[in-house]
Write a protein of this length. Structure first.
Length: 197
């Protein structure tokens, strides 16, 4: 793991600093994206900072270019479940302060039966963003593109480009070492029990 990869979650950056870092990083191709990734926000003063983590965000899963699960969360028992992004109030959360509390996280989990899905809700394509062609996750039902750059083989820096919101949201993805590319979702339903240790 590179020094940049180790420092990313602890660093608080301005949007300008995060964009400068993003611009310096190498692009990533679609094949390199395949697998399950654990996510964490990169603090830049964005309204979404800390919100996904408060709701027990796990990360993302890329099965192939046309089958992507953009939002994975964990429940109280440590089960992984996939959420339909269309049912998430992303636009509202960028305009209104949403509490990042244990209570808010519990409320989110109570909505699990309404939010969960087994269906892919995004796809991967190569798009140009800030002058470079790189892997991009395009949501099926929302005007959101998540563009990725490579920190190292197992770490990505992502930027969420939401139409109508000027400030981008930054996040880090780390490859889930327990999942081999090409085996994601095999023999599983919508929920997966996470193994720790």
């Amino acid at each position: 793991m590179t020094a940049i990869a180790k420092a990313l979650p602890q660093e608080k950056l301005t949007t300008g600093e995060a964009l400068a870092l993003f611009d310096e990083l190498e692009t990533v191709d679609i094949d390199s994206m395949l697998g399950r990734w654990q996510g964490a926000g990169l603090q830049t003063g964005h309204r979404l900072d800390g919100l996904l983590e408060a709701c027990h965000w796990y990360g993302k899963e890329f099965l192939d270019a046309d089958r992507v699960h953009p939002l994975l969360f964990t429940d109280q028992q440590g089960h992984l479940f996939k959420v339909n992004p269309r049912l998430m109030p992303m636009g509202l959360a960028t305009r209104v302060a949403v509490p990042r509390t244990i209570l808010a996280g519990r409320l989110f989990l109570m909505l699990k039966p309404l939010l969960r899905t087994a269906t892919s809700r995004a796809r991967l394509r190569m798009t140009e963003y800030r002058g470079k062609l790189s892997a991009t996750m395009i949501y099926d039902d929302l005007p959101i593109n998540d563009v990725f750059r490579k920190v190292d083989q197992n770490t990505l820096l992502g930027v969420m480009d939401l139409k109508g919101v000027e400030q981008p949201f930054f996040f880090i993805l780390r490859r889930d070492a327990g999942i081999l590319p090409g085996t994601e979702g095999q023999g599983r339903g919508a929920e997966v029990r996470l193994s720790h240790g």
